[in-house]
Design a protein around this ligand. Structure first.
Ligand code: FAD
Length: 459
């Protein structure tokens, strides 16, 4: 075997269309497709994400005619070994900008270089990769609005014209590497989206046809199917954001503008995490390290009530139960439930962020940790600290007929209209089986404001 072959190492780009790594390898090149089951990433993923990931791998394997090589182990050891065995002089990847992914790729690159092999990074999971959107003086942005303007001005490449036939796939059976089969999907007690590239495109087409036009307003209504549900497909790269942007490039409606803006948030948070990898685990604004938070048995009890969707505040409980039931939660309700954890229960945002990451099928370190910090007030571009979401008013405004609550909280299924948001006001009191409110929002809001004020004064 010569070293003329290429290794395509798939990670968060589980698709064959719009796949720039194929272009980089060169049309017709003999190539081996590899996915590494890395215990360091799979361990914390949670069953819902594993279920989805394994489904995507199966889909990719089918697209490649059953020629995806799957190996379990540390990529720093696996990738150079497979490259040697297949005679690949180059290993092609889409660049990873997460803290772990960057360090791993640098280590793999060094290990490959020892045998004169090269790691070639082409593209990334973002429309515009972190570090590319720069201000006039060449600096990085810390605030979303100017970032989003510069992001739109920067623009993105056209989708790559690729399919599975672009490369000449090597049958893994001819490579003497200990491979594993794609693991069975774990049993999950949740209704999850269909994995894979074709499913992503089907859902996208449906969204563009039925919901994009109204997206600017529709995106805030958890009781309606007005959002794209693309987050999970973007997470695993079943579709690239550049393909979505290209599809709607000619559309100038508010809906299309608003959708582009949301994809800019995704790129912004990836950029911020790239600038400040420590912000995955710590307050972006370290002044908030001084914010008083609760701990101990009572805090644990409240945390459990929140996780289980038993706080007595219907929209909060509906959101937390949607997360358990579907591995997904509507963005508006992510904000409401996060605000409730931080400002009504006074718990550290990272407790909630960890729970979300364990359950969300679209769980993404950059969007999740920074979504949480936006709510907690400790992030870039944070919501002003005095903005404390009122769960009743939020519910009445964004779920005006109570349909979202009734869907996820069966104890309230018989409560009509917006009364579902305040069951304690029903003539017969709170319906049987539904909990009383675990805290009083008005009181806890005052406590939160005092604590935030103390941080602000100390700044
Ligand atoms: P749409 O409304 O259709 O949006 C289109 C796409 O834009 C999304 O798929 C997503 O890629 C991007 N997007 C939309 N809103 C945001 C946002 N606020 N920040 C970053 N990107 C955005 N998103 C994740 O993908 N993974 C997470 O782990 C995650 N955790 C979050 C935690 C909190 C506390 C909050 C407030 C938000 C979080 N988000 C996260 C962002 C947002 O809630 C989801 O991207 C969105 O709900 C996904 O549904 P959708 O694809 O139907 O969204």
């Amino acid at each position: 075997m010569t070293d003329d072959a290429a290794l395509i190492w798939f990670r968060r780009d589980l698709r064959v269309a719009d796949q720039p790594t194929f272009l980089a390898a060169g049309q017709g090149t003999p190539a081996l497709a590899l996915f590494v089951l890395d215990p360091r990433l799979l361990g914390p993923a949670g069953d819902a994400r594993l279920w989805f990931l394994y489904g995507c791998l199966r889909d990719l394997d089918e697209s490649l005619g059953g020629r995806l090589l799957v190996v379990k182990g540390d990529p720093v050891e696996v990738v150079p070994r497979v490259a040697e065995q297949v005679g690949a002089g180059t290993v092609h990847v889409a660049a990873d900008f997460g803290p772990y992914g960057q360090a791993r790729d640098n280590d793999v690159e060094q290990a490959l270089a020892k045998a004169d092999r090269e790691l070639v990074r082409t593209g990334s999971p973002y429309a515009v990769a972190p570090g590319r959107v720069l201000s006039g003086d060449g600096g990085r942005y810390r605030v979303f609005t100017p970032f989003s303007r510069a992001w739109a001005d920067h623009g993105w490449r056209a989708p790559a014209d690729t399919d599975a036939g672009y490369l000449d796939w090597i049958d893994p059976a001819t490579v003497h590497v200990r491979s594993t089969k794609i693991p069975d999907q774990p049993a999950v007690d949740a209704d999850l989206p269909e994995p894979g590239e074709a499913a992503a495109h089907r859902r996208w087409d449906e969204f563009v046809r039925d919901h994009l036009q109204e997206y600017a307003d529709g995106r805030d209504r958890p009781d309606q199917p007005g959002t794209s549900r693309m987050s999970v497909y973007l997470k695993y790269g079943c579709v690239h954001p550049r393909s979505l942007l290209a599809d709607i490039a000619a559309k100038r409606s508010n809906g299309a503008q608003s959708f582009r803006n949301e994809l800019a948030w995704r790129d912004f948070y990836a950029d911020v995490l790239d600038q400040r990898p420590d912000s995955a685990r710590h307050n972006y604004d370290r002044a908030f390290d001084a914010l008083a938070t609760d701990s101990g048995p009572e805090a644990d009890r409240l945390f459990d009530a929140w996780r289980e969707g038993r706080t007595g505040y219907p929209v909060v409980d509906a959101g937390m139960r949607q997360l358990l039931a579907e591995g997904w939660m509507h963005n508006r309700v992510r904000m409401i439930t996060a605000s409730f954890l931080v400002k009504d229960l006074h718990l550290p945002w990272w407790w909630g962020a960890r729970h979300f990451m364990g359950r969300l099928v679209d769980g993404d370190l950059a969007s999740n940790q920074h979504g949480w910090q936006w709510v907690a007030g400790s992030g870039t571009d944070a919501a002003p600290y005095f903005r404390v979401f009122n769960p009743v008013l939020q519910g009445e405004r964004f779920d005006p007929d109570g349909a979202y609550v009734r869907k996820y909280v069966p104890e309230l299924a018989d409560v009509p209209g917006k009364a579902a948001h305040q069951p304690w006001k029903l003539p017969g009191g709170v319906p049987a089986g539904y909990p009383d409110r675990v805290v009083d929002h008005k009181d806890e809001r005052a406590v939160a404001l005092d604590r935030y004020e103390a941080v602000k004064e100390a700044k």
